[in-house]
Every structure is written in C-alpha cells, then in structure tokens.
Design a protein around this ligand. Sequence first.
Ligand code: DC
Length: 230
Amino acid sequence: MKKITIAIDGHSSTGKSTLAKQLAKALNYIYVDTGAMYRAVTYFAMQQGFVGEDFLDKEALLNSLSLINLSFKFNENLGFAEMYLDNNNIESAIRSIQVSNLVSKIASISEVRSKLVQQQKQYGVDKGVVMDGRDIGTVVFPNAELKIFMTASAEIRAQRRYLELQQKNENVSFEEVLKNVTERDAIDSSRADSPLIIAENAIVIDNSYLTKEEQFNKIFNLATDLINAD
Ligand code: DC
C-alpha cells in the first residue's frame, strides 16, 4: 500500500503527540516526537550548566553539540518510543516544567535546529511516518502529503497540561502553566529560524471543543483518503 508522510504542527499543549501516536498506531507508521528532541538537548544543556533561567552559554553548547547522541527506543509496554540520551532513558526527565521553561531558548539556536532537522529527515526517508513539532510541514517535510496545524485557546491548553502535571505530582500552579504556554507560543512564533507558522496547504484544526475521538476520526479519514487515492 502507498505510504505517505504526515506532518503535525501547532501550538504547545494542543495534543499533537496524542494524535500523532494514535495515527501512527492505526496506520502502522513510525511516530517521531520532535519536541522530545529539543527537550533532550535542553536537558543536556541544563545538566552541563550551559543554560538556566537567566543565562545561556551558547558557545559551550555548540562546542558539545556533536557529542549529543539522541535516539528513540520503542517501549513495548507503553506502545511508543522513548527518548534516550546516550544509553539513558530521559523520557520522564524531559517533561518537567524546568525543561519546558527553557526549551524555547534552546530551540531558537539555528545550529541546534539544523542538527535535529537532519536527524528528523532521516527518520522520514521511507515515508510511513507521522512527525509532530513546530516546523515539520514548513522545514522538515515541506512536501508532506498531509499537513495538520493544531491550535486551541491558551486557557484550555494550560488546563490540560496542568492536569497532566498534577497527575505526575509536579508541584506547579495553573498560573505558571498558563504563563509557560503563552510564553512558548510567543517565542516559538517569533523566532528568526523556522518560526511556528501555518504551512502552505496545512489543514487547521482548533480542538478547543473537539473530543480526542472526533479529532482522530477526522484526520484518520483524511489520511486514508490520501493513501487510497491513485
Ligand atoms: O512539542 P513540545 O511542547 O514537546 O516541544 C517543546 C519545544 O520544542 C517547543 O516549545 C518548541 C520546540 N520545538 C521546535 O522548535 N520545533 C519542533 N519541531 C518541535 C519542538
């Protein structure tokens, strides 16, 4: 059967990865969470003392960039791939609010972006991939057959992320999560390199009032129509 490339971009906490995982599973495609890769570089930079709330040692980070070895390893129990830095599983560490607060700073560095984009393109060489991020339809796979741009109101997104963090016992207020969501939107959308914009031909989905099932069915149908078209 014909394989396509599915690019999912959009604002933070819009459920891009949930949707991407569902689609990959249903289509038997590879799923790649590119946000996890930017988070992993951020985690590395934090560990090395290269970045903090009010500083960034860009030169030191760039000097170590070639040493950063990222990979995804499929976890059979969870049903998706987890992020590894060298041989360490950092899947849970990269989801902390501390990483979330610093990741946009790291993601605005062009050299970091080109290293990760190169690796992402490799994952998609054979198509049959669902990739989510901010620049997938614009930079990584501008020729993707299906491009989705997801959005929702900032308050609804913050509420969803807040509940998620509470379930993980992360001690954080709703206000802090809302601030993180709106600040990341602003930095991601205004950075010079690969800003978050709606890609040409992308289908915009505002899921403020859509259930996960409604959203999945809508996009799954779009994908299967494309796969079955000659
Ligand atoms: O999808 P996420 O929230 O885990 O992504 C974390 C950050 O990484 C996000 O604030 C912006 C950045 N990012 C990016 O710049 N480009 C991507 N393709 C994916 C994520």
